[in-house]
Design a protein around this ligand. Structure first.
Ligand SMILES: NC(=O)c1ccc[n+]([C@@H]2O[C@H](COP(=O)([O-])OP(=O)(O)OC[C@H]3O[C@@H](n4cnc5c(N)ncnc54)[C@H](O)[C@@H]3O)[C@@H](O)[C@H]2O)c1
Length: 355
């Protein structure tokens, strides 16, 4: 198939592009490199031994996107901003990029006659839930502009399916962690606000100490429980979701492991992976944190046969390998063989009567 990945130069997108290339698909990427890296795509191409077509630009650029959609069978829409805290400070950026970007994408896809999409949604659509593990039919209570933007993307898809007979899958990611086992693609830590990168950063800075926010939660060891999923498992979920795009329907799936880990368990896994003890301070609870957020992964498993394979130790050790090979993220080019950055496609040349 010919598949378009928006946000393909990002943390999760680059892993998805790699898996799609390795599965034999033709891949087109649209990315404005606002948080992604051309270097990530250079490394993906080297790992896959194949190239993808890269359009450098914003998904709201109708002409660029229309050109990129030429001959495409389905779209993976990952391009978005993702920082919950930042969205609380600057909600308008999330409404413009995530909601506005989605609206523009749907419009251009409809124009181009491409009606199949896998959408990167998030556990942030749930907010605080009483019932654990969380099932997909739980009421949505997003507690941040980011979570709201993701929920609105799902709602737009619902209407495209109902009124335009599209096929859509919304994947609600829980907490992606880890890196490709080679250590050559992963998450640049400057853009990571989640626990594992924070712990690993604390381990490499002699003056840093990790703060544990709250040790009196109603959980087995008093710290918060979260559902972490290895980025390679998460990426594989996209290939599985592709198989659900053969009928007009909107499938919504949690993508987590269903196996929660506490903050203390994560610290212990980081100590095992690195051979170093993590310096930490126990502090009070942080406003807005909830005790537990765990996926019920059953629907995806029953409907599509998806299962995660990799555990917390693999997540942490792969993140550590990536971090030690690339302490400055994709700026550390000198550590790896020099790779040619991908050529950017010229949209004006692919605009010719495509459909
Ligand atoms: N990483 C997580 O913890 C997490 C959790 C749940 C859901 N998600 C979702 O997964 C998706 C990918 O997340 P990620 O962690 O890879 O983030 P990322 O920031 O690493 O990647 C996002 C990519 O999209 C690109 N992009 C952003 N806006 C764009 C636009 N308007 N046009 C073109 N390109 C644009 C960026 O340059 C970047 O390459 C996002 O939709 C995010 O909301 C991520």
């Amino acid at each position: 198939m010919r598949l378009l990945v928006t946000g393909g130069a990002g943390y999760i997108g680059s892993q998805v592009v790699l898996d799609l290339l390795q599965a034999g698909h033709d891949v087109v990427v649209v990315d404005d490199f606002s948080t992604g890296h051309r270097e990530a795509l250079a490394r993906v191409q080297a790992l896959a031994g194949r190239t993808c077509t890269v359009f450098g630009g914003d998904v709201v650029d109708r002409d660029l996107l229309f050109g990129a959609l030429r001959g495409v069978d389905a779209v993976f829409h990952l391009a978005a901003f993702k920082m919950v805290g930042d969205s609380m400070d600057r909600p308008e950026r999330y409404f413009r990029n995530n909601v506005g970007g989605m609206a523009a994408l749907l419009h251009t896809m409809q124009e181009a006659g491409v009606h199949r999409i896998v959408y990167s949604s998030s556990a942030a659509v749930y907010g605080a839930q009483r019932q654990m593990p969380i099932q997909e039919d739980a009421p949505l209570r997003p507690e941040s502009p980011y979570g709201l933007s993701k929920a609105q993307g799902e709602q737009m898809l619902e209407w495209m399916v109902q009124r335009r007979k599209w096929s859509a899958v919304s994947l609600r990611y829980f907490n992606p962690v880890g890196a490709h086992p080679s250590g050559s693609i992963g998450q640049p830590f400057e853009s990571a606000a989640s626990l594992v990168p924070r712990v690993l950063m604390a381990l490499t800075d002699a003056n840093a100490r990790l703060a544990i926010f709250g040790t009196d939660y109603d959980t087995p060891d008093g710290t918060c429980l979260r559902d972490y999923i290895h980025v390679c498992d998460l990426s594989r979920a996209h290939l599985v979701a592709l198989r659900a795009l053969d009928e007009p329907a909107h499938h919504i799936f949690n993508v987590g492991t269903g196996r929660p880990h506490s903050v203390r368990e994560v610290l212990a896994a980081c100590a095992r992976a690195t051979g170093r003890d993590v310096p930490f301070d126990e502090g009070p609870r942080r406003a807005g944190d909830i005790a537990s957020a765990v996926a019920d992964p059953g629907r995806f498993q029953r409907t599509m046969g998806f299962e995660s394979h990799l555990g917390l130790d693999e997540m942490v050790s792969s993140a550590w390998r990536w971090w030690t090979l690339n302490p400055r993220g994709y700026e550390d080019r000198e550590r790896l063989p020099e790779l040619a950055l991908p050529e950017l496609a010229d949209p004006s040349r692919s605009l010719a009567p495509a459909f």
